[in-house]
Design a protein around this ligand. Sequence first.
Ligand SMILES: [Zn+2]
Length: 153
Amino acid sequence: MTNTELTFMDNVGDLLVIMPSALNKLLGYRQLDSFSNEAAGVLIGERRDSHIVVHEISEPGEGDIRRRCYVDRRGSHHQVIVNEAFVRSSGRLQYLGEWHTHPEDQPSPSAIDLGTWRRHLVAQNQMVLLIIGRKEIWAAKKVTDDVVPLFRV
Ligand SMILES: [Zn+2]
């Protein structure tokens, strides 16, 4: 368990902050043994000017397809959690993007990941993409059609 948030920055100084409450859940899905399957969910939080803060995540559940090197978050509960957070916070907590795990130490997006984000993650806002590896977390923002990697600060 960590009590420290994880912070990333883009090339113009805008921050992505992952709060400990969300980070601890994400780290819990790392594929540390050879039997664990990929996991995926959505990221929920707030936009503060041009900065983004992740407070909550949705976790794998019924309806999701999970394999060693494949995941498809088809469960309907992900959208339910987004809607509940939005109502509970009077609109402050919103859907921010997507996370999933990879069974590699330093993760990077697959061609399938890039294609999926390009086709299905269409938004006017910048959207957050996280891949949870065994030792590192890869973070990026989708800005219109581009995937822009972020760096740790
Ligand atoms: Zn992937």
